[in-house]
Design a protein around this ligand. Sequence first.
Ligand code: C2E
Ligand code: CA
Ligand code: CA
Length: 667
Amino acid sequence: MQEKVDFRDWGRKVSDLLRVPNNNPLLSLAQFEAFSKQVPLLYFILVTNMAALAWTHAGKAPFWLVVVVPSAFSLLCLVRTVGWAIRRRTKVTAQEAYRRLRITNILAGPIAAFCTGWSLALLPYGDAHQQAHVAFFMAITVIGIIFCLMHLRSAALIVSVVVNVPFLIGMLVLGEPTFIATGVNVVLVTIAMIAILMTHYRDFRQLNESRQVLMAQQDALHEQNRAMQALSNENLRLANLDSLTLLANRRSFFHFLETAFCHASASGEKLAVGVIDLDGFKPINDMYGHAAGDKVLVEVGHRLNDFNKDGVTIFRLGGDEFGILKTGECSEASLAALGQALCDVIADPINVGSGVVQVTGSLGIAIYPDVGASGQDLYERADYALYAAKRFQRAGVVIFNTVQAETLNRQKRVEEVLLAADLDAELHLAFQPIFEMVTRRPVGFEALARWNSPILGAVSPAEFIPIAEHNGRIGLITRKLLALALVEASNWPSPVYLSFNLSPHDIATPENILRIVAIVEKSGFDPCRISFEITETAVIHDLEQAASALTLLRSLGCGIALDDFGTGYASLNHVHRLPLSKIKIDACFVKNVDQRPASAQIIRSMLSLCSELGLGTIVEGVETEEELAVLKNIGVEFVQGFHFSRPLPANTARDLVLSDMASQQVA
Ligand code: C2E
Ligand code: CA
Ligand code: CA
C-alpha cells in the first residue's frame, strides 16, 4: 500500500524552516551575537551593489529610480546598521535577542522583494550590457546576502525564494539564452549555497548545544566546588575552635601568632602575647568532679570572650590555660591594665551546681619588639613570665623583663648542656643526715642530687631538676640516682634509712613507678629502710594515679614523706587522701622561728595534726641554735638542717653513721 503524503506535516516543516526558533534562549543569544557581527557587511553589500547598478543606469532610467529610491534605501540601511551596532554593545536578554531576530526575519522578505523589484524595474531602461549588470547585481547580491544570513537560516531561505523566483522569471521573460542560462545558473548556485548553509547552521546549533551542556557541567562543577569549599570552611572553623569553651583553640593560637608576628616584624608594629593559667582549678576538679571543672572552664571562657575586641583575641590553649594575642596599643601600662581586668573577671565566684567555687588567674605577658625573635620565642617568654607570676604572685600579671630574660637564657643553656651530659660520669649524690632531736643521733640520710658539669661547673639540683622534669630526662636521672643511693645506703648500719626524692614524672604513670619498684627490688636493700619524698606538685595533677603509685610503694614497706609541707595549695586535702607515713615541714616556717611566734604556732598546729593522723614529722632547714631551741620546746622529734650538718659526700656520711654506731656501742 502506498503511503499517503501528509501535506500538513510538510507544511509545518516548511513553516518551521521559515521561522526563528524560540525554544532555546541560549541559541537565540548565540544567533544574535553571530548575526549582529554580519549586519554591517550585509548592508554594505546591499548599498554598494545598489550604488553600482544605479550608477550604470544613471541618465537612462528615471531620476527617482536611480537616485531617490537607492538614496532612501541606503539611508534606511545606515540607520539599521547603526541600530544594530548600538545593540551589540549593550547586553541583551534572550527574549530581546529573539525579538530582534524575528523582526529581521520579517523584514527579510520585504527588503529582498524591494531590491528585486527595484533591479527588475531597471531592466526595461538598459541595453544588453546594463541588463547583464542587473543579472549580475541579482546574483552577487543574493549570494552575498545568503552568506551574511548564515546564522539566521529562516531569513536566508526567505531571501533566496523571494529573490530567485522573480529573478528566474525575469531572465526567462527576457528570452535571451545568456540571460536564461544566467538565471538557471544563479538558482542552482543558490540551492547549493542553501545546502551549505543548512549544514553550517546545523553545526552551529550543535556546537551551541554542546557549549550549553559544557556550561551546565561547569555550573554543576562550580556548585560542587562551592559546596566542598563551604564544607572545608566549616571543617576548618571546627578544627580551629575549642569545643568546650567555643574560643579559638591552641592550633589557631599558633597560626594567628605566626601571622601576627610576621606582620609585626614587617611593619614594626607592636604585638603582645599573654598566657593565663588558672590557680585553684585542679582542686575543684578533684573535689567536685570533672563536670564541675568543665563548667568552670566554660564560664571563664565566656567571661574572657567579652575581651575579644580592640585588637585582643582570646584562645583556649588546653587544660586550664588560655592565650591572648594583642595588636595595636601595646604599652606595658595598658597591657598590665588589660591583664588585671582579665584576672578580675576570672576571680568572680562561679556556680557549678553543687556549690559556688572561685578560681584566680595568673598571667604572663611578652611584648614584641621588646623581646622575641619569633612567634614561638615570644610565646615561650610569655609562658616564662606566667611561671614567674604563678611562683611569686598568684593571681597577678607579670610582663616579661630583662631579669627573666637572663634566667631564661641560663635555663636554655643548662638544658642544652644537660641533654648532652654524660650522666654516669657527672652525676653523684650528697647525703644530708636527719637527726633525732632528743638523742641528736643521725637516723637517716636524704639523698640529694649533685651535678658537676665539665662545662658549667656545679649546677644546683634546684636549677637542673626542674629543667630535667621539663624535658623528660628526669626519669633516667631518677633511676640512675636511686640505684646509686641504694648501693651507698647498703653500707649503713640498720635501721639508718634512706630518704629519696621522687619527681612528679616518676609517679605519673604505672610504668614509671614499676621501674622504680624494680630498682628497689634488684638492690636487695630493705624497702622498710627507704622513705620516698614527694612534693605536692607531684600529686596535684592526678591524685588517683599518685595515690595508686604511692600505695604500691607502701605495699613494699617503703615510707612516703610529703616534702615541703605548708608551701603548696590545699595541702590538707592531700594529706588526707594519700597513703603517707610522714610530713616534712618546710624550712620557711623554721626560718627565724625564734623571732616569729606565728611560725612557731603554725608548726605546733602541724605537729598536732600529724600526730592525730598518725603521721611522723621532720622539720627541715634548721640553721641556728635559737631555732632549734624553739623547735625542741614545741616537741619536734626529727630535724634536718645546716645547724646539724650540710649535705655530705657519700664517704663522709658513711663515716658519720659508723662512728655514731661505734660511740653508741662504747656507751
Ligand atoms: P628538698 O627536697 O627540699 O631538699 C632540701 C634542700 O634544702 C637541699 O637543697 C638541701 O641542701 C637544702 N637544705 C638542707 N638544710 C638546709 C638549711 O638548713 N638551710 C638551707 N638554706 N637549705 C638547707 P639542694 O640539695 O640544693 O636541693 C634542692 C632541691 O632539689 C631539693 O629540695 C629537691 O626538691 C631537689 N632535689 C635534690 N635532689 C633531688 C633528687 O635526687 N631528685 C629529685 N627529684 N629532686 C631532687
Ligand atoms: Ca626533699
Ligand atoms: Ca624539702
